[in-house]
Design a protein around this ligand. Structure first.
Ligand SMILES: [Zn+2]
Length: 441
């Protein structure tokens, strides 16, 4: 008897959750080699070519390939990560690493982000590998790229692999996370991600003895003023393709939608959006969020200098010089000396919506879900960006069931009681199988 692919995908997901590859950012965290072994067992006997890599001991990644017959056909990579973020165990209703299947939902850390998708990728690769073994090879190559360390930035995962495993660069297009959530009646396919341009602002104030504060303007006061000014940072509002798609899909009130379509009224429109306002604000401009502040050493000294650290997320097309210019303009009223130091960052990335892969993903998503699709710009980041930076189009894809609004998605990932419904796995698997078939079958 042939096992049902949905059942085997659910079982694989449970096994990946139980591998508990928790990544807190330390070199020896994750130990994704456990999940690699699960995938090796799953793919055993399929005849897929499999390579296992370790950037550091235990930081395992796996690349599995089925060779196509036509060297000019697309080479599709399915990019999934194996690591998960830590849990607060006592806040969970069930064992976060138990992989329980309860009332049609699989529970566990990573169920949504993104082990259900990594498991679905593995199932599709195995099916294609078994068909090839059976004398029906695909036209183009299909690769499963299952990586370590996504949750901590990819240094011990995709970044290392792109430098050390030439096979990583043999793909011509990528299917990854995070898509499939609903915006109104529409289903999202992620096409881009904002960039990161962290800054540390160093300010100078006028020091004084704290017993005679009259007329002083110490660094603490300057930092407070800087923070207030940054709340009004004048980053240009950009209402491009992904914005207009968001408004059309998500905002049913025509009066509000009309306000959102124009830069002069967009702020008023966002204020009327309710819970989705934060997301709308984030994808319409470069954002500035103060995250750390430091000044002073003794309670009786008004300090001369201090620093304010900012998490800055950039829109596509906004470079470092543009960020610094906004900062200088915004902080000009301080009058005090300040210096801007760059922290580690990366540019925003976006793949086109007129590529063959986007068209196919959009088509199959609509066939499977009945929902038209919209291109999504994500406020956060994923490993897809490393491929977009190489000029290889990458899309965050899935077909989640209708309950998965954007808000539910945001609430469930990295949260207590993370869980995914089997219906979403089924829809995703069906859509992926069709998309891969159309690109390389
Ligand atoms: Zn993820």
């Amino acid at each position: 008897m042939i096992a049902d692919p949905l059942d085997t995908t659910v079982t694989l997901l449970q096994d990946l959750i139980r591998a508990a590859c928790v990544n807190d950012g330390a070199d020896q965290a994750g130990q994704e080699i456990r999940a690699v072994r699960v995938l090796q067992d799953f793919l055993a006997g399929s005849d897929a070519e499999i390579e296992v890599y370790e950037a550091l001991p235990g930081r395992g990644s796996l690349v599995a390939r089925v060779k196509g017959t036509d060297p000019n056909a697309p080479k599709v990579g399915m990019l999934g990560h194996l690591d998960v973020v830590p849990v607060e165990r006592e806040a969970w209703e069930r064992d976060p690493f138990g992989g329980d299947l309860i009332d049609g939902e699989v529970w566990g850390r990573g169920a949504v982000d993104m082990l259900f998708l990594t498991a679905s990728f593995a199932t599709v690769l195995r099916e294609v590998a078994l068909a090839a073994k059976d004398g029906r090879p695909p036209r183009g190559d299909l690769l499963l790229i299952a990586v370590a360390d996504e949750e901590a930035g990819g240094e011990r995962g995709i970044k290392w692999l792109l430098q050390n495993a030439p096979i990583m660069r043999e793909v011509t297009e990528i299917i990854g996370e995070s898509g499939g959530m609903r915006f109104g009646n529409h289903l999202a396919i992620e096409v881009g991600e904002k960039g990161s341009a962290g800054r540390k602002i160093k300010v100078k104030g006028v020091p004084a003895h704290a017993s005679i504060p009259f007329g002083s303007n110490g660094a603490v006061s300057v930092l407070a003023e800087a923070e207030r000014l940054l709340r009004e940072a004048k980053a240009p509002v950009v209402l491009g393709e992904t914005w207009q798609a968001f408004v059309t899909a998500r905002v049913s009130d025509e009066t509000v939608a009309e306000k959102l379509r124009h830069p002069s009224t967009v702020a008023e429109g966002i204020a009327q959006l309710g819970v989705i306002a934060g997301y709308a604000h984030a994808i319409s401009r470069t954002t500035f969020a103060p995250t750390k502040v430091s000044a002073g050493s003794a309670h009786n000294v008004i300090p001369a200098s201090g620093t304010l650290t900012l998490d800055i997320r950039t829109l596509p097309g906004v470079n470092d010089a543009a960020v610094d210019e906004i900062l200088r303009d915004t902080l000009a009223p301080l009058g005090a000396d300040f210096e801007i130091k760059h922290l580690l960052g990366w540019a925003a990335t976006q793949s086109p919506t007129d590529s063959d892969l986007f068209q196919v993903l959009s088509e199959v998503a609509t066939e499977v879900s009945g929902a038209p699709t919209i291109p999504l710009l994500a406020a956060g980041g994923s490993d897809c960006r490393f491929y977009r930076e190489l000029g290889i189009p990458a899309y965050g894809f899935a077909v989640l069931s209708p309950q998965w609004t954007y808000e539910q998605y945001r609430e469930r990932i990295h949260a207590h009681n993370e869980r995914i419904d089997v219906e979403s796995i089924n829809l995703t698997l069906t859509a992926l199988r069709a998309a891969v078939g159309r690109r390389i079958g």
